[in-house]
Design a protein around this ligand. Structure first.
Ligand code: ZN
Length: 216
């Protein structure tokens, strides 16, 4: 199977990010963030999208998505960092009966087992069926599921559940909460309107908000 190359993404402005994250479902939020970054999602695989979201998280927040879990043997907390650079590239279309699912494949799926069957039908390559749920699981490289890493203290395997989409969006929501807090501080202190504050460069807005905070 040929690895797919990741599409180029341009980090969106914080107002554009806020609009994307106002969507009602996590899937719609992910699609909105990718669209705001100039990445069309119709033909994008979930694995490719997860990797782009991890890159946008780093570009916007200045840090990588990380997940921590305690070792069941010694209790020491270990941390795994998820980045597109440290993960294998997303898989492309191989010669099996199914192709990796894309964001378009998830649109309007029925709930429950009917949805799983419909997704399998959509991802089955014409003339290569029938396919099974295992075939689909084998090509779906979205970053969602159990992850195992070695405990930093005793090297015992530590298992934790990971969902890159959820973790990346959660980090972006935290960023927006800080952004809203800074806007609130500046609006209350200087009585500037929203457009004026949103037009400030990020570093300047953060610095001014820190002054306001310090003098409260
Ligand atoms: Zn341990």
């Amino acid at each position: 199977m040929t690895p797919a190359t990741l599409p180029a993404a341009a980090p969106p402005s914080l107002p554009a990010l806020a609009a994307a994250l106002a969507a009602p479902t996590e899937l719609a939020q992910a699609v909105g963030v990718l669209a705001a970054a100039g990445v069309p999602t119709a033909g994008l695989t979930l694995g490719g999208g997860d990797r782009v979201l991890l890159g946008l998280h780093r570009a916007l927040t200045g840090r990588d998505v990380a997940i921590a879990a305690a070792c069941p043997s010694c209790g020491v907390l270990g941390e795994v960092v998820l980045t597109a650079d440290t993960l294998p590239p997303p898989s492309g279309v191989g010669d099996g009966p199914v192709r990796p699912p894309t964001y378009a494949d998830l649109a309007g799926l029925p709930v429950g087992s009917a949805g799983a069957a419909e997704l399998l039908r959509r991802c089955t390559v014409a003339g290569r069926g029938p396919a099974t749920a295992d075939d689909l699981a084998g090509v779906d490289d979205s970053l969602c599921g159990p992850l195992v890493f070695g405990c930093p203290a005793c090297a015992e395997p530590v298992r934790c559940a990971v969902d890159a989409q959820t973790l990346a969006l959660r980090g972006l929501l935290d960023l927006l909460r800080r952004y809203d807090r800074e806007i609130h501080l500046l609006a209350a202190a200087y009585h500037w309107d929203l457009a004026t504050i949103e037009a400030l460069p990020d570093s300047r807005r953060s610095r001014l908000a820190a002054y306001v905070e310090a003098e409260r």
